[in-house]
Design a protein around this ligand. Structure first.
Ligand code: UD1
Ligand code: UDP
Length: 366
């Protein structure tokens, strides 16, 4: 009899990072693969499912405008309970640190279903940063049977918390599998850029940056644009109203700022490839951009992804106006500093993470 594996995702990055696993599991005749989209995100998620040609078997359609964390958590737990009762999977997989992942891990615990945590062991050791993701990861780790750690340092974090070595498998990050599967495709950026100007690509969405920190980021961008007539900013704005409203109010009228809706994955990869510098508080972008040889200045004060920082290709600049202006200006002016950050290293994986995860499940169920 086939083993039933339920693969769950809710947001854009989870779908990107689960897609390689779902596609690899579907190649194996021993598995009955079921796909559950909680749809904690709606439009952002639909974009990714289309790119990877994944159709969910179950779609909970949970997203509400400007959803509160407690409501989201409660709705997810109730809906997941029904799914697990109906589906009775032999194992469940989910990726990362969102509310979807935390509630899936908890629901599996209540139903005594083995849970595999993809991208396990990332830590800042600060519960408020990122909020609520650090807590979500810690909870998922306490509840997981399999810990698919992307790197050695994430493995060490888990060992420090008492996870048994035998339950941790270092796989690399599936985001590199996803990136490598599309990077050589012919991609068009559906936005007219000025080829004579260097492109600063911006993304931002972290809850701890809402309000004043995010305003400082926008002010820093305006100052950099004034000082450097040869740069342009492309900023696909996250639909969270806390980000969207401020971005449009502060940056919307500048002639060298292009604010657009979130880009589909392929055009976004094309935008990363076309960029000179990336400014972002995103987790996934910190992993992808180094593999593309693009310097990332991270709009956060800490990161759970220290590997690329240690390599010198990602730098934490936080959300302080002066620091952002001086660090971007340095990369614009100092070619040596720029080249040392644009080396093209990939500390997060070799593109075979999904295969390693599938092998663990194949061996277990055999
Ligand atoms: C969520 C995750 C975060 C992850 C990020 C990736 C939580 C608590 N947060 O943050 O860890 O890094 O996704 O992007 O799990 N919205 C839309 N359309 C969409 C998606 C979102 O309109 O397709 C708007 C809605 O108003 C929604 C709001 O954004 O209520 C917030 O969505 P939510 O998933 O709660 O938080 P994110 O900030 O997207
Ligand atoms: N991304 C995308 N379109 C965009 C911005 C980002 O497809 O307009 C991709 C990006 O390549 C990465 C992922 O979305 O793989 C990151 O998602 P996000 O920043 O929302 O979440 P995080 O990684 O911080 O959890």
């Amino acid at each position: 009899m086939k083993s039933k594996i339920l693969c769950v995702f809710g947001t854009r990055p989870e779908a990107i990072k689960m897609a390689p696993i779902i596609l690899a599991l579907k190649q194996e005749s021993v598995f009955d693969v079921r796909v559950l989209a909680t749809a904690q995100h709606r439009h952002l998620l639909d974009q990714v499912m289309k790119v990877f040609n994944i159709k969910p078997d179950i779609d909970l359609d949970i997203m509400r405008p400007n959803q509160a964390l407690t409501t989201l958590t409660a709705l997810l737990l109730l809906a997941l309970d029904d799914v697990l009762l109906a589906e009775k999977p032999d194992a469940v997989l989910a990726q990362g640190d969102t509310t979807t992942v935390m509630t899936v891990a908890l629901a599996c615990f209540y139903h005594k279903i083995p849970f595999g945590h993809v991208e396990a062991g990332l830590r800042t050791l600060d519960m408020q940063n990122p909020f609520p993701e650090e807590m979500n990861r810690v909870i998922a780790s306490r509840l997981a049977k399999w810990h698919f750690a992307p790197t050695e340092s994430s493995r060490k974090n888990l060992l420090r918390e008492g996870v048994a070595d035998v339950d941790i498998i270092v796989t690399g990050n599936t985001v590199i599998d996803a990136l490598l599967s599309v990077v050589d495709r012919n991609m068009e950026l559906p936005i007219a850029l000025d080829p004579s100007k260097r492109l600063i690509l911006v993304t931002a969405h972290r809850r701890e940056n809402f309000g004043e920190p995010f305003k400082q980021v926008c002010s820093a961008l305006l100052t950099l644009l004034d000082r450097n007539p040869d740069i342009q900013v492309l900023y696909p704005v996250h639909p969270n109203p806390n980000v969207k409203d401020t971005a449009h109010r502060l940056l919307g009228s500048h002639s060298r700022v292009i604010l657009c809706d979130p880009l589909d994955y392929l055009p976004f990869v094309a935008a990363m490839k076309s960029s000179y510098i990336i400014l972002s508080d995103s987790g996934g972008v910190q992993e992808e951009a180094p593999a593309l040889g693009k310097p990332v200045l991270v709009l956060r004060h800490e990161t759970e992804r220290p590997e690329a920082v240690d390599e010198g290709v990602v730098k934490l600049v936080g959300t302080n106006f002066d620091v952002i202006v001086s660090e971007v200006q340095r990369l614009l002016d100092d070619d040596l500093a720029y080249r040392s950050m644009a080396r093209g290293v990939s500390p997060y994986g070799d593109g075979h993470a999904a295969e390693r995860i599938v092998k663990v499940l194949r061996d277990y169920f055999a």
